[in-house]
Write a new protein. Structure first.
Length: 323
């Protein structure tokens, strides 16, 4: 495996695959797309024409191929459990879109199965792989804003068409799983494990029954808090801010920036404000490269953040007042 490219099969021709993930995989020298599966043969052929590989009718057929080492799963969240499990049982490594499943128990079961079969299961939560966040962490550790007191994070998008899968509860729809996982993950990245849910609210859509907006207050044992908000009934917003004893640090467009964007870190202190313009970086390349390195034998990243993310999301759902 370490000598040749990782051969990918794709299960589902989703929009995120077309726009962000498959372009970087197709261009990566250590990866090769060998099969693209869809329930619509014409759609599979359309994807294969752009990214390479054989168009395949159906998902099961992708898993049965000998020229597939790993599968990429961009299916709706509610279908992840079934098809990730099928892929692992077929001895394929798995790159799955976020979140891994709809709940902590399902996520932990799949991670345990991957460990048992000595396979890599990697959640394609891409933003932590952007070089921006390492620079933010460096600024924090250097004392740029003093001692951290609070994090606030938000991700909201405008309403989607009524037929969108985000409004289908049986497919894992809802704002918490779709966009809420991003600010939750940001809180974990900077505040660490062990966050507890002090309170939460979810607002549901009467027509579909899924949550379309919400927020939560998370707390660390030392009193540092995180306020997270999310939804798809909003004007577009995509941000986090870190508030310390001596200043405040904020970044916009943090969760889904284009690969060409040069991020701007805004640093505010009592006597002055400055903006740091960083280099552009494609976080999808960062995430898929980490997966490929793991499959090829490098040390796999610790999945603590994936399991903690699932735990906090479950706790938000359990504690929330539903409006």
């Amino acid at each position: 495996m370490s000598e040749r490219p990782v051969r990918f099969g794709v299960i589902s021709c989703a929009d995120i695959a077309w726009r962000r993930t498959l372009p970087v995989l197709a261009a990566a020298p250590q990866a090769r797309i060998t099969a693209i599966g869809s329930r619509d043969p014409d759609r599979a052929a359309h994807f294969a024409q752009r990214f390479g590989g054989a168009p395949v009718h159906g998902y099961r057929a992708v898993l049965e191929r000998d020229d597939v080492d790993a599968v990429y799963v961009p299916l709706p969240t509610g279908l992840h459990r079934e098809w990730v499990e099928r892929a692992l049982l077929a001895d394929k490594h798995v790159l799955v879109e976020k979140p891994t499943t709809v709940s902590r128990p399902e996520t932990e079961e799949l991670l345990a199965l991957a460990r048992e079969r000595r396979l890599v299961l990697h959640e394609n939560m891409t933003f932590p792989h952007h070089t921006l966040h390492a620079e933010v962490r460096r600024l924090l550790e250097s004392g740029a804003i003093g001692e951290l007191r609070e994090l606030s994070a938000a991700f909201g998008i405008p309403p989607r068409p009524p037929e969108d899968v985000r409004y289908r509860p049986e497919l894992g729809g809802g704002a918490l799983l779709d966009v809420g996982v991003y600010p939750v993950r940001a809180a974990l990245e900077f505040l660490g494990a062990g966050l507890e849910v002090a309170g939460a609210v979810l607002r549901t859509d009467p027509a579909s029954g899924v949550d379309v907006a919400g927020g939560a207050l998370l707390a660390r044992k030392d009193g540092v808090t995180a306020q997270v908000s999310f939804g798809f009934a909003h004007a577009y917003r995509n941000t986090y801010a870190l508030w310390g004893s001596e200043g405040r640090l904020s970044v916009d467009r943090v969760y889904s920036p284009p690969g060409t964007l040069r991020p701007v870190v805004r640093l505010e202190r009592q006597d002055h404000t400055e903006e740091l313009i960083l280099n552009a970086f494609d976080q999808f390349d960062g995430s898929t490269s980490a997966f490929v390195r793991a499959v090829r034998g490098a040390r796999c990243s610790d999945p603590w953040a994936v399991t903690e993310q699932a735990r906090v999301v479950d706790a938000v759902r359990a504690r929330a007042s539903v409006l």
